[in-house]
Design a protein around this ligand. Structure first.
Ligand SMILES: Cc1cc2nc3c(=O)[nH]c(=O)nc-3n(C[C@H](O)[C@H](O)[C@H](O)COP(=O)(O)OP(=O)(O)OC[C@H]3O[C@@H](n4cnc5c(N)ncnc54)[C@H](O)[C@@H]3O)c2cc1C
Length: 344
């Protein structure tokens, strides 16, 4: 019988982040799969009542919290103590927590203090013969491992986009406070503000329905023997604006800046998808002017429906890597797509 703890922190508005609600679905899956196990909710935040009310219908035996102004911000020293206290107060044997940037930093330290085992980047959970098994990918998402552990407590940091967002009616929750004593030294890190780019400048959008990948072809000489970088820039930005897609890139395109070639100014290495880049999760992907070579396409592991536009009918996408390949000039296709989007 496992004692399951679902851990979460509030966001700046006092609500639970989307990833926390996905992790709650995972915790409920574990609870339902392991007969006789119990579920406790553990919340960290300045004021946790709204968050507790939003998940009170999940069927947890109790809701614990470490709350107060000191726990409203992301700070390693106080977050570790809060997680440690909730882990101890709940007597949890299995702890599921969202791998938000805040918790991803603090969970390993809390695991050490709780003498717990921890696995990160959890991308699946299953119960086999009454045993909890967790899945994660290794070697740049090329190998998937299914693992189980005898060690308890066992902490699982769950990745985003894996489980459905838990939905349930709001209620009025009874929340038990767990007290944590802090020293001045533990509070010496102060969060003085958050600097974030404006919504339009932010081209990486993990929650977008579509990933749009631009390749080096956008900056190469075209049929008229000329490059058309300014035109490419406008076509891509117009498309991102109307589609709200997330922008990915091939390595060749983002490398051009450091090689002194003409580049798209809104592209950085953070946009790079692939073996030495990121492995984003989106329901659909569209690549334009990108060859579809293996070190790039390995980053498309979690893109379900794939399409590409390339003038070359023998490009990598045609070798079974895309569901649909449009053999066409991406400048013409995207101009037409933008025109159609503008009408809607
Ligand atoms: C160890 C290692 C790690 C790597 N990691 C990564 C990685 O993480 N991510 C990554 O992307 N790459 C990675 N690479 C590089 C990868 O192998 C490719 O070199 C890179 O992806 C090529 O980028 P590209 O397709 O944009 O450019 P190119 O190969 O130059 O392809 C440009 C394409 O644009 C097409 N095109 C040109 N004009 C048009 C037009 N008007 N309309 C339509 N199509 C047009 C061309 O036909 C061509 O297919 C790695 C390589 C190695 C060795």
């Amino acid at each position: 019988m496992e004692k399951i703890l679902f851990l979460a922190h509030t966001d700046t508005n006092g609500n639970l982040p989307k990833l926390a609600l996905e992790t709650l679905s995972a915790a409920l899956q574990v609870q339902k799969g392991l007969a006789g196990s119990t579920l406790t909710v553990g919340l960290v935040g300045e004021n946790v009542q709204a968050a507790a009310d939003s998940v009170t219908a999940c069927g947890a035996a109790k809701i614990l919290s470490v709350r107060g102004a000191d726990f409203g911000v992301s700070r390693y020293a106080t977050d570790v103590k809060a997680i440690e206290a909730l882990g101890a107060a709940s007597g949890a044997t299995v702890i599921l927590a969202p791998a938000t940037s805040r918790f991803a930093r603090a969970l390993p330290g809390a695991a050490f203090r709780l003498k717990a085992a921890i696995d990160t980047h959890i991308s699946g959970i299953q119960i086999t013969d009454g045993a909890l098994q967790a899945q994660r990918w290794y070697y740049r998402q090329r190998m998937m491992a299914t693992l189980t552990r005898a060690a308890r407590p066992w902490i699982l940091a769950v990745d985003s986009g894996v489980f459905p967002v838990w939905q349930g009616a709001k209620g009025s929750a009874k929340v038990e406070a767990v007290t944590v004593a802090l020293t001045e030294k533990e509070k010496r890190t102060k969060v003085t503000g958050i600097e974030a780019p404006s919504a339009d400048a932010q081209t990486i959008r993990p929650d977008a329905a579509l990933l749009f990948v631009a390749g080096a072809g956008w900056t190469k000489k075209q049929m008229d023997g000329q490059t058309h970088v300014k035109e490419a820039e406008k076509l891509i930005l117009d498309f991102l604006k109307s589609s709200k897609a997330s922008l990915g890139s091939s390595k060749s395109l983002v490398d051009q800046g450091s090689e002194g070639e003409a580049v798209l100014p809104f592209m950085s290495h953070l946009n790079q998808v692939g073996q030495t880049g990121s492995t984003p999760r989106h329901p659909k992907g569209l690549a334009a002017c990108c060859h579809g070579e293996e070190p790039h396409v390995v980053g498309w592991r979690f893109i379900n429906e794939r399409r590409a536009i390339n003038t070359d009918a023998n490009c990598g996408w045609a070798q079974g890597k895309a569901d649909v390949l449009y053999v066409a000039d991406a400048f013409t296709v995207m101009a037409k797509v933008n025109e159609l989007l503008a009408k809607n």
